[in-house]
Design a protein around this ligand. Structure first.
Ligand code: IPE
Length: 266
């Protein structure tokens, strides 16, 4: 069957882990999303999967100040932490791969620490490895600690930056989907407010107050995600923030053209 195009999906760290407790997996959330990934493939789309770190990355990275690069006073401990975070990310990734394989899906994992350098949307690395997969093989990558060419030596490449380059540089991307862990989309009020409602549409010009938990998030939370999504929407017409706890909404979106969630427009 000819492909209907590509769907690029990010499983947010807050969906697949408990962000507050070190290395706590949410396997039922992962399994639920993976079943939907199978359905998307059965609908005739190619997929690219990105996932976040949640408590497999942010907690230790924050503690050891990894996002700001090398600190000569704490070099040794930091290098150990970089190694540990990379191992922990592979461990988290293996849970997702396990779930995909149980559904007989074929995957190719590309850990960013092995092919990417630098941080932000201009990070270096050959994205074409993601379009070369054939026969329904799903390429997978994740937010990671990567090397940097400058004197800071290492930094954190967010899955949201990977989403940007994967969505705009790979041809034929029809949908870019950010699956969130605890909200139904972009909210009009802080999600803790009981009156908060899901915005059907979000555009960069519309100011929305967001609460970013700087205690645990080393990359930039919802604001970074919104910035990247807005940039992607200049190239991809369907960019959505959806509730990862109800992943079947992706199927609804690709079949009916709409669902509950927030569409990001330029
Ligand atoms: C962060 O990746 C990577 C590390 C902390 C190692 P993300 O920024 O994509 O992760 P989440 O989705 O916020 O957890």
């Amino acid at each position: 069957m000819d492909s209907k195009g590509r769907v690029v999906i990010k499983l947010g760290g807050g969906l697949i882990t408990d962000k507050t407790k070190s290395k706590t997996i949410n396997m039922s959330a992962i399994d639920k999303v993976c079943k939907v990934i199978l359905e998307i493939q059965n609908e005739g789309y190619d997929l690219v999967i990105v996932h976040g770190a949640g408590s497999y990355g942010h907690i230790l990275a924050k503690e050891m100040n990894i996002a700001n690069g090398i600190d000569k006073n704490n070099e040794h401990a930091q290098r150990n932490a970089v190694k540990k975070i990379r191992e922990d990310m592979l461990e988290l990734n293996s849970h997702i791969i396990e779930s995909l394989k149980e559904l007989n899906l074929n995957v190719a994992v590309h850990p960013p620490s092995k092919w990417a350098k630098g941080i932000g949307i201009k990070f270096e690395g050959d994205i074409s490895i993601f379009e070369k997969e054939s026969n329904g093989i799903i390429p997978v990558c994740f937010g990671d600690v990567v090397d940097r060419d400058d004197k800071l030596e290492f930094g954190i490449l967010s899955g949201d930056d990977l989403m940007y380059r994967l969505s705009v540089e790979i041809p034929d991307v029809k949908y870019t989907i950010f699956l969130l862990g605890d909200v139904g989309g972009v909210m009009d009020l802080p999600p803790t407010n009981p009156d908060a409602k899901i915005l059907e549409i979000w555009s960069k010009n519309k100011f929305v107050k967001t609460k970013h938990n700087t205690d645990i998030d080393v990359t930039g939370g919802i604001d970074l995600k919104l910035d990247r999504a807005a940039r992607i929407s200049k190239h991809v017409s369907e960019v959505w923030f959806l509730d990862g706890r109800s992943p079947e909404r992706i199927i609804e979106l690709i079949r009916d053209g709409e669902t509950i969630g927030t569409k990001i427009i330029v």
